[in-house]
Design a protein around this ligand. Structure first.
Ligand SMILES: Nc1ncnc2c1ncn2[C@@H]1O[C@H](COP(=O)(O)OP(=O)(O)OP(=O)(O)O)[C@@H](O)[C@H]1O
Length: 250
């Protein structure tokens, strides 16, 4: 199995009070290589906590995460940065581009940190740029780009390391509807090329482009839906209906 998430529990305790918050109480699921999974749930249900644990930015209180037979929840602190850089790609809601670097250098950055030869960086970017429609943007600075363009650059930076897994946290939240639609289509194309993607989102429209949607409620997986042969528009109706059940059950 490509990804196994086993009985994850995460309890936060603030340093100054004894109060505990259980963000995840028992989350288990598996994913195959090449899947595109969306994670939904109401605000505070633990979506970001789950993504952060998968990203090795947060350690679970209990349970483990196994990616291609490696228990990533147990990687030692000193090896974490390297693991993330070599195996995971991140796409955030606010793009996280460095303002002082050109677009090209922003995209090269993870490969520079991993000490890849320059010629290889150029070759990888030449293969990626046309697919993401960013070939004309490479010599610009981030402030010269629109939100949609910035997010395509962020996706290039995530893909250029050939990561095992792309983790996306609300990637369309800062985009208008036209740019959101374009980005969601792009994620579908990237996934169709074989890239495994896991995305946290509030938006049923965004989730409707995934192949499977996991719903979190009360720190557990409450339900999951497979898209099958449905169009995003048809799948969106199923997703909205499940979200209504989740919110109605309060
Ligand atoms: N570092 C932290 N310390 C204490 N409590 C935390 C911490 N991070 C998250 N929590 C709590 O854990 C619960 C889950 O938070 P999380 O951010 O994972 O939810 P979410 O589903 O991503 O919410 P949203 O959709 O609003 O972003 C919340 O009750 C939150 O207050």
């Amino acid at each position: 199995m490509f990804l196994q998430v086993n009985h994850l529990e995460k309890v936060f305790q603030t340093r100054f009070s004894k109060e505990k918050t259980t963000a995840l109480s028992d989350v288990s699921f598996t994913a195959e290589e090449g899947e595109y999974i969306a994670i939904m749930g109401e605000s505070g249900s633990g979506k970001t906590t789950l993504l952060n644990i998968l990203a090795t930015l947060e350690k679970p209180s209990n349970g483990d995460v196994i990616l291609e037979n490696k228990k990533i929840s147990a990687i030692k602190e000193a090896q974490l940065a390297e693991f993330r850089r070599d195996h995971l790609g991140f796409v955030f809601q606010d793009f996280n581009l460095l303002d002082t670097l050109s677009i090209r250098d922003n995209i090269f950055l993870p490969l520079v940190l991993a000490r890849h030869p320059y010629i290889e960086m150029v070759e990888r970017l030449e293969a990626l740029a046309p697919k993401l429609s960013i070939s004309d943007l490479l010599d610009k600075q981030p402030f010269e780009l629109s939100g949609g363009q910035k997010q395509r650059v962020a996706i290039a930076r995530a893909l250029i390391t050939h990561p095992k897994l792309i983790l996306a946290d609300e990637p369309t939240a800062a985009l208008d509807s036209k740019n959101s639609d374009a980005l969601l289509e792009l994620f579908e194309h990237i996934n169709a090329d074989g890239q495994t993607v896991l995305m946290v989102t509030h938006s049923s429209l965004a989730a409707s482009h995934a192949g499977r949607v996991l719903f979190i409620k009360d720190g557990k997986i409450f339900h999951q839906l497979y898209r099958g042969s449905k169009t995003p528009r048809e799948f969106n109706l199923d997703i909205m209906s499940t979200m209504t059940t989740i919110l109605g059950g309060k």
